[in-house]
Design a protein around this ligand. Structure first.
Ligand code: HAS
Length: 561
């Protein structure tokens, strides 16, 4: 019997709905500290990369390009995101369903395990012992500490997932007749998706990479390791996206003075993400030999299914903006647009993120189309795609959250000065990304490879064509670094220097006359059952094939220089 089931409701459970205590705030903030330190380190590496790729800058002190590229990818894509998300989600649950002292202590355990893991992985990279990039594709081999550190980050995040589910479970026990608050429902889904998908990378790391890097296994099944990675890697991108969607669906309406457009639609889109995020990893391996084309085709079809909940989200956002504007007196077809709070950085930053997702999402649809993928795969177009999606849509939404979450947790005010600085920060980010990501997309279409340092490729004409775009990327990347410095300054101000006061934790409500959300929306057994069935359908036969008909395994390559 679980802990919660043994407890009596209410008194012993120590629910703290709708208020965040100081010890809780300390836990949530700790995750944010790691996230913002990561932002600075990762951003600095990004700046160095774009400078190297102009051909006019050399890294000092024998530092290798692939060393900083690995640090950039790991620290931004894996560490910054995971820490921000877990800290944010803890705060969402603390606010909507409450957090007991026991849960908070387990929250600290998750924090420390993740932090130790990050330190180990970071050390391996800094020592030049793990030049394997964030996807750590075999047969590139890193020091075992790199993989052990990553495994610890995953284990810490699982503890966070179990704490989150326990928080919701305890609340549900105490409120059996009420629907789970929307944000708590969304966190539950995101963590179910995360745990199911990260089992793939955990198996790859524990069963394949660690024994191989320690020398216990001579060779590695390369295709199996990549397949397990992408079983994890695609849902990973939705693990980043869904917290941004949480803010779009359930927080932005409050900021713009509106209501949630549809609670049921929001929940349904999250359930669809759970179904279709995982059985689609092959769309990252479309050019990979050794996977039967039928199964690639099936996973491409499933990939097109995962576009639907994003289209539902786009519809929902337009509807929410329009209804809010009309309630505030807008008339005509597009007047509501003018009613949006254009001076409120808590709105502007995520809104620019949404705008970026229009080309970012369209690029994803291009990537997923098998024939077009052959044109863009392994080119820097893909890098352009993910700088629009994760590094703009997601990160600008996270910045938007930072403007109210941090002062709420530290008991300070978002001053007009910081507010204005935030608007400049958003503009700088948008312009920098437009230049950098735009140049990456074009250079990719001209054949420019991704994951590569500056090279003249023995003076070929085609490579000479790319240099102008690489210079443009350096201009955009430098603007982005200025954006990072501004954001870190804003963060420090909100943590330690802004005047004391109260900042709202904005959680939107439903319309008074909203249709009730159907009870079957919380049929967890059904949702998890369908998810597992889809995964088994999409992966069982190709996995057996990959294992049974594997070519000889590969001995390790000790990283790239
Ligand atoms: Fe992707 C590669 C396909 C979304 C991240 N993607 C990557 C990689 C990353 C990444 C990191 O099929 C590189 C991995 C690596 O290192 O190799 N991606 C897709 C598809 C989608 C998609 C189909 N990706 C994302 C998101 C990411 C992300 C989200 C991060 C957060 N991606 C691919 C494929 C590859 C790939 C292939 C492999 C390429 C290769 O060959 O290597 C879809 O989910 C996209 C659906 C999105 C939409 C947009 C909806 C728009 C919305 C905004 C509405 C705006 C409003 C504003 C309301 C259909 C919701 C109002 C505006 C007014 C004007 C008022």
């Amino acid at each position: 019997m679980s802990l919660a089931m043994k407890q009596q409701p209410s008194e012993e459970i120590n629910l703290t709905p709708l208020s965040i205590t100081k010890p809780q705030a300390k836990l949530y903030l700790s995750f944010m500290y790691v996230a913002f330190i990561s932002l600075f380190i990762g951003g600095l590496m990004g700046l160095l990369q774009v400078l190297v790729r102009t051909g006019d800058f050399q890294l000092p002190l024998g530092i290798g390009y692939y060393q900083i590229l690995t640090l950039h990818g790991v620290i931004l894509a894996l560490v910054l995101t995971t820490f921000f998300i877990i800290g944010f989600q803890y705060s969402l649950l603390g606010k909507t369903v409450g957090m007991s002292d026991k849960q908070r202590k387990l929250g600290w355990l998750s924090f420390w395990i993740m932090t130790i893991g990050t330190a180990l992985t970071g050390t391996a990279i800094l020592l030049g012992e793990a030049n394997v990039l964030y996807t750590f594709y075999a047969p590139l081999k890193a020091h075992p500490i790199f993989y052990i550190g990553l495994a610890l980050v995953v284990v810490g995040s699982w503890i966070a997932a179990f704490v989150n589910w326990h928080q919701v479970y305890v609340w549900k026990k105490a409120h059996p007749d009420q629907k789970t608050p929307l944000l708590a429902f969304m966190v539950t889904i995101n963590m179910i998706m995360w745990v199911i998908c990260s089992i793939g990378v955990a198996v790859a790391v524990l069963v394949q990479f660690i024994p191989w890097s320690l020398g216990y296994a001579e060779t590695i099944n390369v295709l199996l390791s990549r397949t397990l990675f992408w079983y994890f890697g695609h849902p990973l991108v939705y693990f980043w996206l869904l917290p941004a969607y949480m803010a779009w669906y359930a927080i932005l309406p409050k900021i713009i003075g509106g209501k949630i457009f549809s609670d049921s639609l929001a929940r349904l889109s999250f359930v669809l993400f759970l179904f279709f995020s995982i059985p689609v990893g092959f769309h990252h391996q479309l050019t990979e030999p050794g996977i039967d084309p039928t199964w690639k085709f099936i996973q491409v079809v499933l990939t097109f299914m995962v576009i639907i909940p994003s289209l539902m989200t786009a519809f929902s956002m337009f509807a929410m903006f329009e209804t809010t504007g009309r309630k505030q007196g807008a008339t005509g077809l597009f007047d509501w647009f003018k009613k949006l709070p254009w001076r409120d950085v808590r709105f502007v930053a995520p809104f620019v993120g949404m705008l970026a997702f229009i080309p970012g999402g369209a690029g994803g649809i291009i990537n997923a189309s098998h024939q077009l993928n052959t044109l863009v795969h392994n080119t820097i177009w893909v890098t352009g795609h993910f700088h629009l999606t994760v590094a703009t849509t997601v990160i600008l939404t996270f910045f938007g959250i930072t403007y109210w979450l941090i002062p709420h947790l530290t008991g300070r005010k978002l001053t007009p000065r910081i507010h204005k600085l935030g608007i400049y920060q958003t503009i700088i980010w948008a312009v920098g990304m437009l230049i950098m990501s735009g140049a990456m997309h074009i250079q990719g279409l001209l054949g420019g490879p991704r994951r590569s340092s500056f090279s003249e490729y023995s003076g070929t004409e085609q490579a000479a064509e790319w240099v102008g775009y690489q210079t443009a990327q350096a201009v955009g990347g430098s603007l982005l670094f200025i954006g990072i410095v501004l954001m870190v300054y804003i963060f420090i101000d909100l943590v330690a220097f802004a005047p004391e006061g109260e900042e709202e934790y904005p959680i939107a409500e439903e319309e008074e006359d909203a249709e009730p959300t159907p009870r079957w929306m919380e049929n967890w057994k059904l949702w998890i059952g369908i998810t597992i069935a889809l995964i088994l359908f999409a992966y069982t036969i190709p996995m057996i094939d990959i294992i049974q008909n594997a070519p000889p395994g590969s001995p390790p390559f000790d990283g790239i220089l």
